[in-house]
Each structure stands twice: as C-alpha cells, then as structure tokens.
Design a binder for this molecule. Structure first.
Ligand SMILES: [Zn+2]
Length: 389
C-alpha cells in the first residue's frame, strides 16, 4: 500500500495550528509515525516572555547515515476567513487543488516527506536500510512563523545533548519560485538591523554657531557609509547591501536645532562577512568620515541572523539529480529570500531547502496542486532511495 500525501496533507490542514497553537497537528504526526515504527518525542519548550511551544522529534533506526527532515506545522493566521473560497482549516480539494492555510507553507511539504518515508520503509521491510544501517528522523517545530525561540534552536540543542548526530537535513520549506523543481535553497544571506545615532547640541536656528546640528552630521555619515559597495559578491551570493530605511529627528519646531538624529538601516549580507566584521566595518567607515568631529554611535538589534551556505557537493548533487529525474528540471541553487530555520540547523549539519512552489503561501486561498504533492513525494522518495542506496 502506498501512503497518500494528499490525505496526510488534508488531515494536517484540518488542525488549527496558528502559531503557537499545536492544534492537533503534532498529535497526528506522532500517531502516524509511531504506527510506522518511529520512536517519537514530544517536547514543550518554555522561556519567560515567549509562548510555550510544542515540538516533535521522531527517529527510526539507530545507526548512521542519518537523514533528517525538518519543518514546522504552525501556520500564520488565515486573515478574513470569509474571504476564502474554501474554509482555511477544512482541507478541501477543489478540482485539482487542495485548499488551506499551510497547504504550501508547509504542511503540504511535511505530508510529502511523511508519505515518501513511509513508502521507503514499507519497501525495505520497515527499516531505512538493510542490515539496520541508516536512520531517518523528523524535526518538527510549532514555532517557525513566530519568534522561533522555543522551536528549532531548542529542539536541536535538546536532541544533540541526548546524543543525536545528524548527517544531512532536508528542510521542506517552499523553495520553488514558478514550478516544482526550479529552485533549491542552499543558504541564506545574513540580516543585520541597526541604528546610527548622531548627537549634536540643541540651540536656536538664528544662532547656529552656538549649536551642533546632528542633521548635517547624519547625512554626511550616511553618505560615507553608502559610498563604497560592501563587497562584490561571490559564486554563491549576490553583493551585500546596506539599506537605510528611515531617518528620524522628531523635531516639530521650526526655530530649533535638534540635539539628536537617528537613522535605521538593514544589511543583507553574504558569507564574505560576519555580523561582527560588518559592525567593525561600519564603525571604521563612520569614524573616518566623522574625522573626530561628529559624535555618533551604532546600536544593534538583537534579532540579527548570520549568513550560511551549504557548499555545493555530494548532497546537493544528489538532491539535484532526484529533482531532475522526477521533473526534467535542473534546479537553480539559490541563496535568496528571507531567513528560515535552516540558519539554526546549519550549525549541526549540512542543510538544503526544497519544498513546494511558494506562490500562494501566507495568502488568502493558499492552495497546492494535487499533482505537486504527488511529484514532491516522488522527489523525496528518490532522494531517500539514493541516500540509503
Ligand atoms: Zn514556512
């Protein structure tokens, strides 16, 4: 009997698992995986100031190589439920498409991975590989769409502390742009948010010689920071970019020179830099431009994310081959887009992101073609077969 990814996806979509609610989605996976012989752990992580989050770790087999499928069952809120063609938590198929919040991001991807793994196991006597070699696991969090504090980072730490060793990870986030098989994500740029604060001396506009206007200073520094590119990019990444998003003085008084000006910025950066090297570079550029005459400081937001890349090689080749075999497409190895939980997983093992086509994710009427669910299951199955061959 072959596992049906559409039925699994439908059952997951019927769980109202808006972050941080579990909604029955992990309970469903627990039952499904236990029935296939997995050892399943359900972990709830908590921390002051954040919601409690339920997570799941399931493994079959005890030996290496160990391939783990990562993902999240939480979803973003559905928005106006009446605006949906089909209710967002009904899991209804309309013609050739399955509707529901999370159909693409990423209950659909999880359903395909589960179906592919179950099929692989039943074809190999209930084991990842003959002779009890090999392990397959699922690392599923309920906190990817939220602040991601009590999800993947804690789940990985917990797993590694109890002796788990991961060899490779496939994260089923929607990676494709237009069609299934067009894009694999092998890394992500880093993201650094900060403020540049210039301090002046308040005074009357009619007596500028008695004041120091921070508006002039901040304009000079912004120009200097943007004057040279941060780098030229490399084979895996486009050039890094510094973007100022606001300049705030907050002065409503026309005859007053303000005493402070702030500018907010974001840098999306490649692996030529680290968070620390970028901070040092900005500091050095601003110091040079100020010539000791502009009083300035940088402050950094805590939510910054480092850059990572899984260098193309054996594992990415295997994934590319499986995709080409199933779809005829040769996927692009991309590092574009925002951050994902891959930034945590990469600290433990090489990770590649490949899932459904991202077009309707987070939108009203999120939906997935049934044919894509079947094709992705086939791709995952081919990856698993090749991996354990
Ligand atoms: Zn997602």
């Amino acid at each position: 009997m072959t596992a049906d990814p559409v039925a699994i996806a439908r059952d997951l979509l019927r769980c109202r698992s808006v972050t941080p609610a579990e909604g029955g989605a992990l309970k469903f996976l627990e039952a499904t995986l236990k029935a296939a012989g997995f050892t399943v752990h359900r972990m709830t992580f908590r921390e002051p100031g954040a919601d409690d989050v339920e997570n799941l770790y399931a493994r079959i087999g005890t030996a290496s190589p160990h391939l783990t499928f990562a993902g999240h069952t939480d979803v973003v809120p559905p928005g106006d439920e009446k605006a949906w063609k089909h209710p967002p938590f009904a899991g209804e198929v309309d013609g050739t498409e399955l509707y529901g919040r999370g159909a693409i991001d990423m209950k659909g991807g999880i359903a395909c991975a589960v179906a592919a793994v179950l099929d692989h196991l039943s074809a190999h006597g209930g084991k990842p590989q003959k002779d009890d070699k090999g392990s397959i696991s699922f690392l599923i969090t309920g906190d990817e769409e939220g602040i991601a504090v009590n999800g993947t980072p804690k789940l990985l730490k917990w797993a590694v502390e109890r002796g788990e060793k991961f060899d490779h990870c496939l994260l089923g986030e929607p990676s494709n742009v237009e069609a299934l098989g067009d894009t694999i994500k092998i890394g992500r740029r880093g993201s650094l948010n900060g403020h540049l604060i210039v301090t002046g001396k308040q005074g009357h506009v009619a007596y500028p010689e008695r004041a120091v206007n921070p508006v002039h200073g901040i304009v000079r520094l912004i120009e200097a920071l943007k004057a040279e590119p941060l780098d030229a990019g490399n084979e895996n990444f486009p050039p890094s970019n510094l973007e100022f998003v606001s300049i705030d003085v907050g002065n409503k008084t026309v005859n007053l020179i303000p005493d402070e000006a702030r500018a907010q910025f974001n840098i999306r950066f490649n692996d030529i830099h680290t968070l620390d090297s970028l901070k040092a570079l900005l500091q050095a550029r601003a110091e040079k431009a100020s010539g000791g005459k502009i009083k300035f400081a940088f402050t950094w937001q805590p939510s910054n994310a480092g850059v990572f890349v899984t260098k193309p090689g054996q594992f990415t080749d295997l994934v590319v081959d499986a995709i080409t075999q199933a779809t005829g497409r040769k996927p692009k190895l991309s590092t574009s887009g925002g951050t994902s939980d891959a930034r945590f997983i990469t600290q433990y093992c090489p990770v590649v992101e490949f899932g459904l086509v991202g077009q309707t994710m987070h939108a009203i009427d999120e939906r997935v073609p049934v044919a894509d669910l079947q094709a992705l299951t086939k791709i995952y199955r081919t990856i698993i077969d090749k991996y354990f061959a």
